[in-house]
Design a protein around this ligand. Structure first.
Ligand SMILES: [Fe+2]
Length: 250
């Protein structure tokens, strides 16, 4: 194949932005110790990730790390990164399990937005209905926030083709995140099929690792990138892995 017939494969590694990662120690069901946080960071770096937004769960039960604790942990991990991985940047965030008080808590500064922007990563129960999800995201928008729905492939009410609610959400300005492990099949056949369909329709804005450990749920991206490069255009791969994050959040 001649030079101009060859599909351009962008060098997406060493620039990837992971907007969904439970890397901070002892604040949720993610990293259990600072040692494990460092191990997760090492893997992320090796996988080509260069920016991580740390997104510990913020749950309605009130047992959450404070923004000050999150900032402190991010600074500590950034110091480690500065020693070992000079071009790795870590930012504060939360993965907000949506509940009625979420917008007020954001306004009061008790929940972290993504990298101190107006963007927020929001999750729901897998069984929540489409109208509830749409109205909740709309409420956040009315309160001045830009919601990104976390691992959209997980919500039973949204994943049926032709994905009318997901299209409606995007028309509203909601952005869509899919987990890397859903694209590779790590989370099962159904998630993989859903993720593939969503990618084909270009209904996805971000790929996140949703990493929780340095073991089974490590921040793996390489296998996902290979699949994306086979199935998506080079421009779309770039948008998914860093372009949109750079444009909207960083
Ligand atoms: Fe998560």
């Amino acid at each position: 194949m001649g030079l101009f017939g060859k599909k351009r494969l962008p060098d997406v590694k060493n620039r990837i932005v992971d907007i969904h990662c439970h890397i901070l120690p002892g604040v949720d069901d993610g990293a259990k110790s600072f040692e494990q946080s460092k191990a997760i960071l090492d893997i992320a770096y090796e996988q080509g990730i260069r920016t991580i937004i740390a997104t510990p769960h913020h749950m309605p039960d009130g047992r959450n790390a404070s923004p000050e604790q999150i900032e402190e942990q991010v600074a500590r991990l950034q110091s480690y990164a500065d020693e070992c991985h000079y071009d790795m940047d870590i930012y504060v965030g939360n993965e907000i399990y949506y509940h009625e008080e979420a917008a007020d808590l954001l306004d009061e500064g008790n929940i972290c937005t993504l990298a101190a922007t107006s963007y927020v990563l929001v999750e729901f129960s897998p069984m929540d209905d489409a109208r509830y999800i749409r109205n909740s995201l709309n409420h956040l928008q009315n309160m001045g926030y830009q919601p990104i729905i976390a691992h959209v492939e997980r919500y039973m009410s949204l994943v049926k083709a032709p994905f009318d609610t997901i299209k409606e959400l995007r028309d509203m300005g909601v952005l869509i995140q899919v987990n890397a492990g859903s694209i590779t099949g790590f989370f099962g056949k159904h998630s993989k099929e859903t993720a593939e369909k969503l990618l084909k329709l270009k209904l996805v804005d971000f790929i996140g690792t949703d990493a929780h450990s340095d073991g089974g749920r490590a921040p793996r991206m390489k296998e996902c990138i290979e699949i994306l490069q086979k199935k998506c255009s080079p421009d779309y791969v770039e948008q998914l892995l860093y372009g949109n994050a750079e444009e909207y959040i960083l």
